[in-house]
Design a protein around this ligand. Structure first.
Ligand code: NDP
Ligand code: 13P
Length: 337
């Protein structure tokens, strides 16, 4: 039995805290909202994020950062990408012993173009970090809490820490693989959200399965192209954190990115969509970052560029699709390896 603190009590942080508690670990969930901590401790629910779920009574919550840091030396960082720096900054204020950091966020910071593990490296004192692990793959919180079979990857340059993460989370419904390709796993997890927004737009426009399959396949081509240039292993992109997560996010009604795209395709404005969602839609900021990555690494990413224009330059979605279809002729296969 280990002591673990999960930072972030949204859908994913709460679902992972349930997995850990069910695996017998002494798990504390940190939230920045006292009323939410009270609800979790007193009613064993988190109605805003997982309305149908009863939380294990052994799972407790706090909004006290000092208590959260002191509780454990294994931390799961489960806040959206845009909150990672702020939460790390607060953790550091109370950190006094070496800890293992497992992050589960799927994004890339616009402008700095840092991956989440790089933001953690920048924000945390290196002498107090045992290792940084990324846990990523096709895993909607709504299905994990129903114990539906789920597979995911724990990646760390140090395989021992990936294996430790595997042991912490693995159980009969949550199967964890290991990988040492942190770059590939993080890039796949972040960029699939861009393509999922596009898949939602395609469905919102009334296009069918052919269009969806095209987006998933050509989306994977552009994710792999830039991911390999950034140093990822080409094979990682056909694994759980690449193709696996791309499929689930582009095809599931649970996906916030797909749902947001769907509303855009039906004609809603981006700000209206984001207000209506009330949960993080990582793909919006990540589209900006991906567009910048495409320029920085001189990699063609036509789907990303089209989505960028729809989100930030008021391009009409149907026009973006039409323009994608009549681009100049191409060969299908890139020489990635
Ligand atoms: N949901 C899922 O199935 C999965 C999500 N992920 C990834 O996990 C990450 C978190 O997503 P998810 O849990 O779904 O997001 P949600 O939108 O469900 O929840 C986000 C949580 O983070 C909190 N938060 C936001 N900003 C801050 C801040 N500055 N300080 C402290 N807490 C903050 C929110 O609090 P508040 O209520 O106050 O807004 C909320 O509790 C994302 O990167 C996502 O891509 C990965 C796999 C699966
Ligand atoms: O990453 C996810 C599933 O693996 C969750 O995707 P959304 O953020 O689109 O809901």
């Amino acid at each position: 039995m280990e002591h673990v603190t999960v930072f972030g009590a949204g859908s994913w942080g709460t679902a992972l805290a349930i997995v850990l508690a069910e695996n017998g670990h002494n798990t504390l969930l940190w939230t920045h909202r006292q009323d939410q901590a009270n609800e979790i401790n007193d009613q064993h629910t988190n109605k805003k994020y997982l309305p149908e779920t009863n939380l294990p009574e052994l799972l407790t919550a706090t909004s006290d950062m000092k208590q959260a840091v002191n509780h454990a030396s294994i931390y799961v960082m489960a806040v959206p990408t845009k909150a990672i720096r702020e939460v790390c900054g607060n953790v550091v204020n109370h950190l006094s012993e070496k800890a293992l950091f497992i992050h589960v966020s799927k994004g890339i910071e616009p402008d700095s173009l840092l991956r989440i593990s790089e933001i953690l490296e920048q924000s945390l004192p290196s002498d107090l970090v045992q290792d940084i692990v990324v846990l990523s793959g096709p895993s909607h919180a709504e299905e994990v809490v129903l114990h539906h079979p789920t597979t995911i990857t724990a990646a760390c340059k140090n395989i021992k820490s990936a294996e430790k993460t595997q042991d912490l989370f693995m159980n009969g419904y949550f199967r964890v693989y290991t990988n040492t390709d942190v770059i590939g796993v993080e890039i796949g997890g972040a960029l699939k959200n861009v393509i999922a927004l596009a898949a939602g737009i395609s469905d919102g426009l009334g296009y069918g399965d052919n269009a969806k399959a095209a987006l998933i396949t050509r989306g994977l081509a552009e994710i792999s192209r830039v991911g390999v240039k950034m140093g990822g292993n080409p094979f990682t992109f056909s694994g759980l954190s690449g193709m696996g997560d791309l499929i689930v996010t582009c095809t599931s009604v649970h996906s916030r990115n797909w749902r947001a795209g769907n509303m855009l395709g039906k004609g809603m404005k981006l700000h209206e969509v984001l207000e209506k969602m009330g949960m993080v839609v990582e793909g919006v900021r990540t589209t900006k970052a991906a567009y910048q990555l495409s320029t920085k690494y001189e990699v063609p990413m036509p789907l990303t560029a089209a989505l960028y224009d729809v989100l930030f330059n008021e391009k009409v979605p149907k026009d973006a699709v039409d323009e994608l279809m009549i681009r100049m002729k191409k060969r299908e296969i890139d020489n990635l390896i």
